[in-house]
Write a protein that binds this ligand. Structure first.
Ligand code: ATP
Ligand code: MG
Ligand code: MG
Length: 548
């Protein structure tokens, strides 16, 4: 394999290992269980787990579940499934809510050091007191409460004596700090809400900034990587660790993944689900990992994509075409070929007897190292694609047209003789004759024909539903487009068709990938397909139809 240069986080890790700062590294992937994982998370997963795999170490899966209101076990389960499907295994499964006692203890420790205080101000008063980036804030009237009073009030907050919003716990840092996050940030707020794990045990919940870094430290995370918007939080992250004198985890920031023709935010994706723009989190048009799995993307292709886009320090917009390229390349290697006819016309092979029947061998995948074959029944009547026939064709037409020969895929060369039509000119059937011994390896196989077309046997063809998925939006850069995303929903993001599939496809399982010859890559739909009515999803077209 090609030697890839190190990304900046790998450089930091290598330096830390070389200097002896750490013997082993520890990373974590910290999703908030308030939605399904999307491709942006895949990038973070590949980075965090990839670092530990590459340098020797481990990765924790930590559910950042400090906000009781929006979180749910449904999300926890889907997140675990998605990480494993991508091919990674965590060392420990942790929940920030497991640290509520420890975090409470840390808060008490800061109060005792005179570094935290209970504030009775309203949210508006606190916001106003923060000042602006160019003017200092003002001290809260509660800032100089005694340690004893703060300890008692904080305990009463925990005991449920106060209503939501009546009091908060704040760090006592510097109301004139240049970094707004250092102007006495909130540590705890009161929320009388049921938590999906701790139930009603708590009515105060730690803020992100007081939970995240401390959780990293408790788990002895060496390299805590997050996205760029957390740069201004780093100073506070370090302040808490220093003042609490706990394991010094370090935060590093990288650019989040943004992709063309889609959105990368759980909040917006939830909106698509709630507004029924899509049919759930795993609608194959969504950029969620569960949707992509259902659509037929492979973990290998997603990991390859994440490796190709690299890790940057500046935000950028990645072309969705690159992801499609990665999956095409992988599926070309692993997908078995099958014949499917979407818009059939009947071809009668007039020089075969009425009851003729033969079982042909069709090669599953010309790219595979070991040749394997499937059985394809063949007889006097077949369907071909309407667009593969033209009555009065120009001389450069290489598909089926009267007077010319064409090869039927995995079968014979046929000569097209005539076409039968009704009074209105609609084609009833095309009449051809097969060239004997023209199957691959036969005496006449070498006859030069320019075109090969796919077909299915009329008698054995099975009708199936085919869902042709395309990009959900028509606009590449939704963040910069005028109006909002509703204005750019692609009306053709899903087109449902019926098609005739060759009988071998009846055996399809929802883990198998197929190339429908000359159409694209497909997978059985894991949700809606039944033995009586097979449903296939198009993963991606054979070629990039969006390329300029
Ligand atoms: P969203 O904005 O979609 O809700 P989030 O950052 O709030 O995303 P979390 O569940 O907190 O979602 O994310 C878990 C981890 O995944 C975090 O470390 C976060 O930085 C990372 N992550 C989230 N979105 C992206 C993205 N687009 N690119 C790279 N990493 C991401
Ligand atoms: Mg988050
Ligand atoms: Mg979020």
């Amino acid at each position: 394999a090609e030697e890839k240069s190190l990304n900046f986080i790998e450089e930091i890790v290598e330096e830390d290992l070389k200097s002896g700062k750490y013997k082993e590294i520890m990373t974590r992937f910290p999703p908030e269980p308030n939605g399904y994982l999307h491709m942006g998370h895949a990038k973070s997963i590949c980075l965090n787990f990839g670092l530990a795999e590459k340098y020797g170490g481990a990765t924790n899966l930590r559910f950042d579940d400090t906000n009781p209101v929006k979180e749910d076990v449904e999300y926890v389960d889907s997140i675990k499934q998605d990480v494993q499907w991508l091919g990674f295994q965590w060392k420990n499964e942790y929940y920030a809510s497991d640290y509520f006692d420890t975090l409470y203890g840390y808060a008490v420790k800061l109060i005792k050091k005179g570094l935290a205080y209970v504030d009775d101000s309203t949210a508006e008063q606190i916001a106003a007191g923060k000042g602006t980036p160019t003017t200092p804030g003002t001290d809260s009237p509660y800032r100089n409460r005694t340690i004893e009073e703060n300890l008692q009030l904080f305990e009463e907050m925990k005991a449920g004596k106060y209503k939501d919003g009546e009091k908060v716990l704040r760090a006592k840092i510097d109301m004139a700090a240049i970094n707004m996050h250092m102007r006495d940030p909130l540590m705890y707020r009161i929320k009388h809400a049921h938590h999906h794990r701790t139930g009603d045990a708590w009515c105060i919940y730690p803020m992100y900034d007081f939970a995240h870094g401390q959780s990293d430290s408790i788990e002895e995370i060496t390299h805590s990587v997050c996205t760029l918007e957390f740069i201004p939080h780093r100073e506070l992250y370090n302040w808490f660790i220093e003042k609490l004198d706990i394991f010094p985890s370090h935060q590093y920031e990288f650019a989040r993944l943004n992709m063309t023709y889609t959105m990368m935010s759980k909040r917006k994706l939830l909106q698509l689900v709630n507004e029924k723009v899509v049919d759930g989190w795993d609608d194959p048009r969504m950029p969620t990992i569960s949707a992509m799995r259902r659509r037929g993307f492979t973990p290998e292709s997603i990991r390859e994509f994440c490796s190709r886009i690299g890790i940057a320090k500046r935000d950028n917009l990645i072309d969705l075409g690159l992801l499609e390229f990665c999956v095409r390349e992988h599926l070309n290697r692993i997908a078995e070929r099958r014949m499917v006819v979407f818009d059939p016309i009947k071809v009668v092979l007039t020089n075969l007897p009425e009851d003729y029947s033969e079982i042909l061998d069709g090669e599953n995948n010309p790219e595979a190292e070991v040749e394997t074959f499937r059985k394809i029944p063949f007889s006097r009547e077949i369907y071909i694609e309407r667009e593969d026939f033209m009555e009065n064709a120009p001389s450069k037409y290489f598909r089926m047209t009267p007077g010319k020969m064409v090869r039927l895929k995995s079968a014979y060369i046929v000569q097209c003789d005539s076409v039968d039509k009704d009074e209105d000119g609609n084609i009833l059937q095309v009449n051809c004759s097969i060239i004997p011994d023209s199957k691959s390896g036969g005496e006449n196989a070498g006859i030069k024909v320019k075109g090969t077309i796919h077909w299915v046997n009329v008698k054995d063809a099975v009708k199936a539903e085919i869902r042709l998925y395309d990009r959900l939006f028509t606009e590449a850069n939704l963040d910069e487009a005028e109006g909002d995303f509703h204005d750019y929903i692609n009306p053709e993001s899903l087109i449902v068709k019926e098609a005739y599939i060759e009988p071998a496809l009846k055996e399809a399982a929802s883990k198998d990938h197929y190339q429908f010859i000359r159409t694209g890559y497909f997978i059985l739909d894991s949700k809606d397909s039944t033995p009586e009515k097979l449903v296939f999803n198009r993963t991606v077209t054979l070629k990039d139809s969006w390329a300029k």
